[in-house]
Design a protein around this ligand. Structure first.
Ligand SMILES: Nc1ncnc2c1ncn2[C@@H]1O[C@H](COP(=O)(O)OP(=O)(O)OP(=O)(O)O)[C@@H](O)[C@H]1O
Length: 367
């Protein structure tokens, strides 16, 4: 094997190295690859991917309500206990989870995110607890650590916890009770120590009543509850819109447009079903096109052929299905961009695709 290494230095200190390695035989390459993979697993905390990306300062808002909300995040961050964040889609639950990690004593450890709604239910267990080599068809030969292991002494953020398959909720409860996991296909318990922060946009208590969420797990997770206010319940929309306009304009390299009074009034009257995410999208379009458009307002109801008005539920379903179709068409099936266009999260889109029975070419992949 021939190697060449060039150290990378900052302020006279070596912070890394770039190397070139030429292998004369394939076995040697495989061995080295395996050693590097193991080393990567041993130091997950050095992985830049697993860091909280937002802090308390990124949570924009003013007034008593938002001060009290930020205060509650600071309070829960200080206690090493599970947190359950509830709030409507796009209201800032993920932002809150990042902030809790950044404010906590675990901030130097990883922040690992799992979206329970976007992983096919048969893969959730492997995603959380990892698997041993060859545990199932399609599994990697050398196995894979789960998100619990990757989180190490940091925070494991379980987004859309309400979508955790019922069959797995018992295993999750057990892990939280004994702080040990067993990889899928494995036999040896591995100690885990991550702090679990969960988020849900459907009231978990209702899912418990409906028999779709285990009550014991609900109580285990709901130690420190946080409620993120919906945008229409906040009274700082003008402030938020102003700050977001500046941030988005700076990101796009565009001048900050002045918000006309009539547009401000329209923003105040809108119901914001997609919350801050929807507001961001509306403002982005305003910056790009110079026009305010509030797209997903209720369509005028069309009478059916026999003159009767179709039930509201069906009208909403038809309209939602049409919006999703249009967005997927515009983005050529790209769900992430379609979700952005619709002002909803990718996980929310997946759920709508499931419940609306809208057909799409692409299936959700793990995490
Ligand atoms: N208070 C806030 N200040 C600034 N930006 C915010 C605020 N709340 C939310 N956002 C922004 O709105 C968008 C949606 O936020 P986030 O992803 O945290 O919502 P969510 O509640 O987790 O959504 P979902 O349930 O759909 O996953 C993000 O771009 C986030 O940065």
């Amino acid at each position: 094997m021939v190697t060449k290494q060039v150290p990378v230095q900052r302020d006279g200190v070596t912070i890394g190295a770039v190397g070139l390695a030429l292998f004369s035989d394939f076995d040697a390459l495989k061995k080295t690859y395996s050693r590097i993979s193991k080393a990567e697993l041993a130091i997950p905390q050095s992985n830049k991917l697993w860091q909280s990306k937002f802090s308390l300062d990124d949570i924009l808002g003013e007034g008593e309500q938002m001060e009290s909300y930020r205060g509650s995040l600071q309070l829960v961050a200080a206690y090493d206990l599970p947190v359950l964040i509830s709030g409507e889609t796009g209201s800032g639950k993920e932002l809150a989870a990042h902030a809790i990690h950044a404010l906590s004593d675990r901030s130097d450890e990883p922040f690992v995110w799992v979206n329970c709604a976007s992983i096919p239910s048969e893969l959730v267990e492997a995603e959380l607890f990892g698997y041993e080599g060859g545990a199932f068809t399609g599994a990697r030969d050398r196995g894979k650590p789960g998100k619990f292991e990757l989180a190490g002494g940091g925070v494991l953020f379980l987004d859309e916890i309400g979508d955790m398959p019922l069959s797995l909720q018992g295993s999750l409860l057990r892990v939280l009770q004994i702080n040990e996991i067993v990889r899928v296909g494995g036999t040896t318990p591995v100690s885990v120590n991550a702090r679990v922060v969960c988020a849900t946009n459907r009231p978990l208590a209702n899912l418990v009543k409906a028999g779709r969420f285990r009550e014991d797990l609900y109580h285990r997770l709901n130690v420190l509850p946080i409620n993120v206010p919906a945008l229409r319940e906040r009274n700082d929309l003008s402030f938020l819109a102003g700050r977001l306009l500046s941030c988005i304009a700076a990101r796009l390299g565009k001048p900050i447009p002045a918000l006309a009074e009539k547009d401000r009034q329209l923003l105040l009257r809108h119901a914001w079903p997609g919350n801050v995410r929807e507001l961001e999208n509306v403002l982005t379009r305003l910056i790009i096109t110079g026009k305010l458009s509030l797209p997903f307002t209720d369509p005028p109801s069309e009478p059916a052929r026999d003159g009767s008005i179709p039930p509201l539920k069906r009208r909403i379903q038809t309209q939602t299905g049409a919006e999703i179709h249009a967005a997927l068409e515009r983005t050529q099936g790209n769900k992430r961009r379609a979700a952005d266009l619709l002002g909803i999260s990718r996980a929310h889109l997946y759920r709508l695709l499931k419940t609306q029975g809208v057909r799409s070419s692409e299936e959700p992949g793990p995490g």
